[in-house]
Design a binder for this molecule. Structure first.
Ligand code: SAM
Ligand code: SF4
Length: 311
């Protein structure tokens, strides 16, 4: 599937749920009621088969917290067996990973990204609303022992919250073959003025001037500190947007196809099959916008918060 700007769409981010056992303050508004209209696994599977037939090569399972959805392991096995799919990956907050990592690996998940914004237990509780720091660390340790491809730790940078921990995160890459990826905070709705915590990812290079650029991989600029075995990624949706190489689409747990994270445009896939499902995909991709306008407006047009999209 190519869009009007000649971008080949090969990457689908699939949200299994908007429920989550965390309440990260930059992701989910307080007191949100869940809509509970998740598509069934069979419905999601049919959509994925169609997407792969149309050229999707990689699917990332996300949420909300995908590991909160019962049966996620069996669903991953179904998806990884779709002929033509090259890679199945998953993004998680890590809290339920220690129990599930082995089964996910056996089900065909080849890579896992774990979100962790602080290495301090108290700060973690303050930021996520739950006291589950140790569970996340256990999840990371378990995943490290299994044969996933390079583990990624995603850190959302926040000006007055975790910038003082940049060097601690970089140190994790000294003896661990992991990739720590610093991601710029994006504005969604009005999250108690949390949106003003944004800081450009280049702050990492100011704090760690020895980092050397080694490559650009997808949307991330990859750095390494001399002598360290892991890597550092910078992802800059705000300060250096990557819309011109955007190859992704998203499907929400209630079956809405979004071709841009920050657009209000959604295509309802619920109940569609066969040619109608295919033509809806094709139409949506043809209408994919050339770029978002976040850095100019500091405002996302998305009608959803991140937990309802999946990142
Ligand atoms: N619950 C899983 C997790 O936390 O990894 C998967 C869903 S979460 C919405 C996916 C990613 O989006 C996480 O890495 C999270 O940190 C990131 N995220 C959420 N809100 C964000 C925001 N406002 N700006 C940038 N990244 C955000
Ligand atoms: Fe949940 Fe992930 Fe959002 Fe945190 S970032 S509230 S873990 S969906």
């Amino acid at each position: 599937m190519k869009d009007r700007f000649n971008r080949e769409i090969t990457y689908l981010r699939l949200s299994l749920t908007d429920r989550c056992n965390f309440r990260c303050r930059y992701c989910m508004p307080e007191g949100k009621l869940f809509n509970n209209t998740e598509l069934t696994f069979d419905e999601l599977y049919n959509i994925c088969v169609c997407a792969v037939e149309l050229g999707i090569k990689k699917i990332r399972i996300t949420g909300g917290e995908p590991l909160c959805r019962t049966g996620v392991e069996d669903f991953c096995r179904m998806i990884s067996n779709i002929e033509g799919l090259e890679e199945l990956t998953l993004t998680t907050n890590g809290s339920l990973l220690a129990d599930k990592a082995g089964e996910l690996r056996n089900a065909g998940v080849s890579r896992i990204n774990i979100s962790l914004d602080t290495l301090k237990r108290d700060r973690f509780k303050e930021l996520t609303g739950v006291d589950k720091f140790e569970d996340v660390i256990k999840g990371i340790e378990t995943a490290k022992k299994l044969s996933f491809r390079q583990l990624k730790i995603n850190v959302v940078l926040m000006k007055n919250i975790n910038v003082d921990e940049i060097s601690d995160f970089v140190e994790l890459t000294k003896d661990n073959d992991i990739s720590v990826r610093f991601i710029e905070l994006m504005p969604f709705g009005n999250l108690n003025d949390f949106n003003n915590q944004y800081i450009p990812a280049d702050v990492v290079l100011n704090k760690e001037p020895k980092l050397k650029l080694i490559k650009v991989s997808g949307v991330a600029q990859i750095y390494q500190k001399p002598g360290y075995i892991g890597t550092i990624g910078l992802i800059k949706p705000m300060s250096q947007k990557f819309c011109d190489v955007c190859n992704r689409i998203r499907i929400t747990c209630d079956g809405k196809l979004k071709t841009c994270l920050h657009s209000a445009e959604e295509y309802d896939l619920r109940g569609l099959n066969g040619d109608l499902l295919k033509s809806t995909f094709v139409e949506a991709v043809l209408n994919k916008t050339d770029s978002h306008t976040l850095s100019q407006t500091c405002f996302s047009n998305s009608l959803r918060y991140m937990n309802q999209i999946g990142g």
